[in-house]
Design a protein around this ligand. Structure first.
Ligand code: AKG
Length: 255
């Protein structure tokens, strides 16, 4: 986390995400000013080795990002040939709305429970390439089969007039406050840029997570190890101490 906090706070990375040309691009698509979500993800995907595999599974972003329709911009930091873990999208899958999920080892401890619509599309990326897709587009990463870390970031954009979920307004979990994030920057320009916009910030719809948790508890009670990832997430992230304690007990039993 000590290393990661420095990566997440990187001034150039934040400035790339909110570069005027990126914002102009989304503004043109939306036909109104674009909001870059203050929260974004910086990923460091280690080479896959045996059971050590953090390849991002098949998922849609919508259930995790909430708010109004948003668009992801995924960009590797440097060249990313397919074998380094490029991103793949199921072309056409965005037309099917939110697909049913079940407890699994995918993003957020969930897998998509229905056959994936669309056709998988991917390719090698060169530095500066970006992939942009809607929040219901099904996507996944390819495994990193090189011996280097695949670094990338994924940021989200939406029309500024539309509701945005509160979870997108805070720094990445474990990265401290905005004051701490900005502490090492060379200039204050662009800091807190969202405070100049009158945003409609709403609570994240947690119903997908709540269904996941109920299902994971029920599976773990039966000793089903497929619930392990979801149980771990409850231990790491749930606000309720009672739920965290129940999950910790179940994890012990599962292991
Ligand atoms: O980079 C990855 O491994 C996953 C990225 C992703 O799922 C996303 O951008 O929504």
């Amino acid at each position: 986390m000590r290393v990661f906090r420095g990566l997440w706070a990187d001034e150039e990375l934040h400035r790339l995400r909110t570069h005027p040309r990126v914002l102009e691009f989304f503004t043109r698509i939306f036909g109104e000013p674009a909001l870059a979500h203050p929260m974004f993800v910086q990923r460091n995907i280690f080479p896959q080795a045996g059971n050590f595999d953090f390849t991002t599974g098949v998922h849609q972003d919508r259930v995790h990002i909430g708010g109004a329709t948003s668009y992801a911009l995924w960009m590797p930091l440097g060249d990313c040939p397919r074998e380094k873990g490029a991103l793949a999208v199921a072309a056409g899958s965005h037309s099917q709305g939110i697909l049913e999920t079940k407890v699994g080892s995918g993003a957020g401890g969930m897998d998509i429970a229905v056959p994936i619509p669309g056709t998988w599309a991917t390719g090698g990326f060169e530095a500066g390439d970006a992939l942009i897709f809607q929040d219901v587009t099904v996507h996944k990463a390819l495994p990193n089969r090189t011996n280097e870390i695949r670094m990338s970031f994924d940021a989200r954009y939406q029309p500024a007039s539309q509701p945005v979920a509160d979870t997108n307004m805070v720094p990445y979990s474990g990265c401290g406050t905005w004051e701490e994030v900005y502490a090492g920057w060379s200039s204050t320009e662009g800091q807190y840029y969202w405070r100049d916009l009158s945003l409609d910030v709403i609570p994240l719809d947690r119903s997908h997570y709540e269904r996941r948790d109920a299902q994971a508890f029920e599976m773990a009670e039966r000793g089903d190890k497929a619930a392990r990832d979801a149980i771990l997430r409850i231990i790491q992230r749930d606000k309720s101490a009672e739920k965290r304690a129940r999950a910790a007990l179940l994890l012990e039993r599962l292991d």
